[in-house]
Design a protein. Structure first.
Length: 367
């Protein structure tokens, strides 16, 4: 099978590296996604182990779709019965961009009708109760080229299962994991997040350093499809769990808000890494950073989801005065295009990343 892994814009190379180093075949990075080839077992392994990808989709087919008739016939020609049982549910969702077929609801309806007709013929029946396992059909139509997928993940992969509370300003787990991967942190040097919020960055750093697979504590839609799929997910979870290590880590998370400190502790406990992260109350603006070395990584407010822009820039200036000339390697994400001016230091390197729909830059300081 061919699989597609959608990912945060700017992280395609990271996801491709994860797959290549994982031994997957046919890895190919595209804009906003990475594809690979494999079987059921490798699909399960990717779902459980990928840190930076958003979900794992089976790419069933792609074809030109200039009319609803062409869309219907091409969708009907795909082997849906290889995956969807007579009683299974198969909702349809997707999007259309720069295409003749502009109406998404109409495309949904046509695709649904085509799959229904195919399954009725293959199962020689009239009724399809859709009371069984969920097989989410996804479609994309771009410049009149349609691609049809089945979603094997269900909830997106950033939902690891450890977040007790998902606040509006919370950093997505896959983005935090991508930042940790960019920094190439492996647990060998001190790691600081002085504005930890709900603890996402520190938790992702700890799980990566310990080899704890991000999907161990959650469920996946495809695991309920049939016995073969269920067996693959059970086996891959067992294999991934056996690879986790237990060793002391120099990871420090702090926040000036005591509620954030407690939330970080609880999330770290739920992720199984509380014993590996030193979580304390602390003020990032008054700490002695000049005597410390290692990696500092944080997601300070930048006037979009927390604080207004004036408050965020004042915090940024104060933080720059506190940490700017320390020997720490610094990785600071911000959506403020004037971040460097207020922080007081020009980044050695910047990388464009997206926090949800918000375009950000990861500012990197190596000296």
């Amino acid at each position: 099978m061919i699989f597609t892994v959608p990912c945060i814009m700017g992280t395609e190379g990271l996801v491709a590296d994860e797959l290549r180093f994982g031994g997957y075949a046919g890895v190919n990075a595209e804009n906003g996604s990475v594809s690979f080839e494999g079987d059921i077992s490798e699909c399960a392994r990717a779902n459980i182990n990928l840190r930076c990808g958003e979900r794992v989709l089976i790419r069933l087919g792609w074809f030109s779709a200039h009319s609803f008739e062409a869309l219907f016939e091409s969708v009907k020609a795909l082997p849906w019965e290889n995956f969807i049982g007579r009683a299974d549910a198969f909702p349809v969702k997707g999007y259309s961009l720069n295409s003749t077929l502009k109406s998404v609801p109409a495309c949904q309806s046509i695709i649904k009708k085509a799959v229904v007709e195919r399954l009725r013929e293959k199962y020689n029946c009239v009724e399809l109760p859709e009371t069984g396992a969920k097989h989410q059909i996804q479609f994309s139509i771009m410049k009149d080229m349609a691609t049809l997928y089945l979603d094997t993940s269900g909830a997106p992969l950033y939902k690891r299962g450890y977040k007790l509370e998902q606040s509006e300003a919370s950093l997505r787990e896959t983005l935090a994991a991508s930042m940790v991967k960019i920094a190439r942190y492996r647990g060998r040097e001190d790691f600081y997040d002085p504005m930890c919020g709900s603890g996402t960055i520190a938790i992702e750093a700890a799980t990566a350093a310990l080899g704890i697979a991000p999907g161990l504590k959650r469920e996946f839609d495809a695991a309920a499809w049939n016995d073969e799929w269920a067996k693959a997910f059970i086996e891959q979870k067992e294999e991934a769990g056996a690879k986790a290590r237990g060793e002391k880590l120099p990871i420090f998370a702090s926040d000036n808000d005591p509620n954030a400190v407690e939330l970080t502790k609880e999330n770290a406990r739920r992720a199984g890494v509380l014993d590996y992260i030193n979580v304390t109350k602390g003020n990032a603006l008054t700490a002695d950073w000049k005597s410390r070395s290692g990696v500092l990584m944080c997601d300070p407010p930048y006037g979009v989801r927390m604080m207004d822009l004036k408050q965020a820039r004042f915090l940024c200036r104060s933080f720059g005065e506190a940490v700017g000339d320390s020997p720490l390697k610094k990785y600071i994400i911000s959506a403020d295009e004037e971040f460097e001016s207020f922080f007081g230091y020009r980044a050695d390197k910047k990388r464009k990343l997206y926090n949800g729909m918000i375009k950000c830059n990861l500012h990197m300081y190596f000296k």
